[in-house]
Design a protein around this ligand. Structure first.
Ligand SMILES: Nc1ncnc2c1ncn2[C@@H]1O[C@H](COP(=O)(O)OP(=O)(O)O)[C@@H](O)[C@H]1O
Ligand SMILES: [Mg+2]
Length: 368
């Protein structure tokens, strides 16, 4: 077991103008499950591959425990990686696939057998040890790939979208299994996914990247309740947070024709300033007509206990000088037993204490 540290780690691929991972700083605790998440191309795999030693580090350092591994070869780092496509050897049995790395390392046969059997037991693969990969289901192959990492008892597990080849239902089951297995084994793990739900449900902490830059690294709870900026606010949570560009006035913000009260410490100084107001769909109360945010309903999605309404709102009042008065999409969660109807206009007020305010130009969170 070990800590992991990305210390200003930077990767600039030859021929590219900007780094794919730019001065990444993350301190990962011993035994922690850290998830790297973000949209396609944001630098997740590159970060993981730098840690694995599969990608050159052009700036900064990478530490495993108290070892600077920046320039060590992959085999000297004591990490084990699980890839998206599993990369199993088709001609080898499950047992041989799982023990292969140990065999290459010269471990004696009895020891390999012992470790493979232990891992197979943990992963519920004991009865498949003599089969070839092609005779296994997708979920079983995924577990063999996990087993191959486990038998090596590495200091760190690295997983790059290991569930993306499974169907939706199996993916949900397997993510729970991996998370509980990791907790049982207590091995520091860095896990890559583009799926924010996977990230939020599996990680002790979640690190969100965009364009090679770390946006926030925090517990799932803090990522959700206190996003650092507009990008984090919009990426984490489904359906997404409503984000409206509005103007501050004394005691609140102006949304369309009405005023939404906002605590002073969120807005800081001077009224008249442009901000981005953020409210999650579940943090809205229905209020009487004429108050709060007017939303014209386009679609009602009934889910039983709850219903989501998808509509649009006019965040800004029309002025001659202001072109940007188009209706903005707006999502709210309402009581599923008395949902409003398509075409209606409903008025919503954000629940006190559940309002997010971001600087309109930088996107940075304002206030506490
Ligand atoms: N071998 C490479 N050469 C040049 N650019 C690359 C290479 N691999 C990845 N990139 C670029 O680096 C960025 C990050 O890629 P990657 O780490 O694979 O993203 P992710 O895993 O988050 O989808 C992308 O813009 C990608 O095009
Ligand atoms: Mg990737």
């Amino acid at each position: 077991m070990a800590t992991v540290k990305f210390d200003n780690a930077t990767r600039l691929y030859p021929g590219n103008d900007v780094p794919s991972v730019d001065k990444l700083n993350i301190d990962i605790a011993d035994g922690e499950f850290l998830v790297l998440v973000g949209p396609s191309g944001c630098g997740k795999s590159t970060s993981l591959r730098m840690l694995a030693g599969l990608e050159e580090v052009n700036g900064g350092k990478i530490w495993i425990g108290d070892r600077d591994v920046t320039n060590l070869s992959p085999k000297d780092r004591d990490v084990a990686m699980v890839f998206q496509n599993y990369a199993l050897y088709p001609h080898m049995s499950v047992a041989d696939n799982m023990g292969f790395a140990l065999k290459i390392a010269g471990t004696d046969k009895a020891e390999i057998r012992k470790r493979v059997e232990e891992a197979a037991k943990i992963l519920d693969l004991s009865q498949y040890l003599e089969r070839k990969p092609k005779a296994l289901s997708g979920g079983q192959r995924q577990r063999v790939a996990m087993g191959r990492a486990i038998v090596r008892s590495p200091q760190v597990f690295l997983m790059d979208e290991p569930l993306s080849n499974l169907d939706a239902k199996l993916r949900v089951q397997t993510r729970t299994q991996i998370a509980s297995l990791q907790r049982r084994l207590g091995v520091t793990t860095v896990y890559v996914t583009h799926d924010q739900v996977e990230a939020m449900t599996m990680g002790d902490r979640v690190a969100l990247l965009k364009d090679g830059l770390l946006q926030q690294c925090d517990t799932p709870r803090n990522m959700y309740d206190r996003p650092n900026n507009v990008f984090v606010a919009g990426f984490i949570g489904s359906p997404a947070m409503n984000l409206l560009d509005v103007e501050t006035i004394d005691g609140g913000v102006k949304v369309g024709d009405s005023t939404v009260p906002v605590e002073r410490d969120l807005l800081g100084s001077a009224s008249g300033k442009q901000v981005t107001l953020g409210v999650r769909p579940e943090d809205l109360d229905v209020v009487s007509a004429g108050q709060g945010i007017a939303v014209e309903i386009d679609v009602v999605e009934e889910l039983g206990a709850d219903a989501y309404i998808y509509g649009s709102t006019r965040a800004k009042t029309h002025t001659e000088a202001d072109e940007d008065t188009a209706d903005k999409p707006f999502i709210a969660r309402v009581d599923g037993r008395r949902p409003p109807e398509k075409g209606e206009t409903i008025y919503f007020a954000p629940k006190p204490g559940h309002i997010h305010v971001f600087d309109a130009s930088s996107g940075v969170r304002l206030g506490s």
